[in-house]
Design a protein. Structure first.
Length: 168
């Protein structure tokens, strides 16, 4: 049996690779289609990715590995040491990196369109940790989600702000 510490390290390596893949696809889309269209395609892709993840979770399959994606969660709900955020920061690509985090709202809406999981703080946007809140969705957000409308990205206001705001 593999020791827990080694298993965590191996999952973390895979998450780092996934973060790099996101950055590579994001940079390529922006280089090929320009900033506005490229970012629109990134968010649309993450929305579809979140939909796929949410559908699997709805069927009883796992969402994230228990270990190796982040350093843990405090009793106050702060998620710290996000491996994705670490890689985005390491490469100076927080603006592209934080677009990945739309997966949280998308997968939650795929499971239950009436609710969304949004970031109050987001490490990939430059905050020290992530915190989340479950909120009701609007009819527009649900319709934009179903239609894969680019306006859907406003579903998570912290991510819409991107790296402009830092926590104090």
């Amino acid at each position: 049996m593999v020791p827990l510490k080694e298993a965590k390290e191996q999952v973390s390596i895979f998450v780092e690779r996934t973060a790099l893949l996101h950055l590579a696809f994001s940079k390529t889309l922006v280089e090929e289609f320009g900033d506005e269209k490229g970012r629109e395609l990134i968010v649309k892709s993450i929305l579809e990715y979140g939909r796929l993840v949410g559908d699997r979770v709805k069927r009883g399959l796992p969402d994230l590995p228990k270990y190796g994606v982040h350093g843990g969660r405090t009793t106050e709900g702060k998620v710290y040491d996000c491996v994705f955020a670490k890689i985005f920061k390491e490469y100076g690509e927080e603006d592209f990196g934080c677009l990945y985090c739309y997966v949280d709202a998308a997968k939650s809406m795929a499971r239950d369109p009436a609710h969304k999981l949004v970031h109050k703080e987001c490490a990939a946007c430059g905050d020290d940790f992530c915190t989340f809140e479950v909120m009701s969705t609007t009819e527009k957000e649900r319709n934009d989600f179903i239609r894969k409308n680019r306006d859907w990205k406003h579903v998570d206001p912290r991510l819409t702000e991107g790296t402009k705001r830092k926590t104090k």
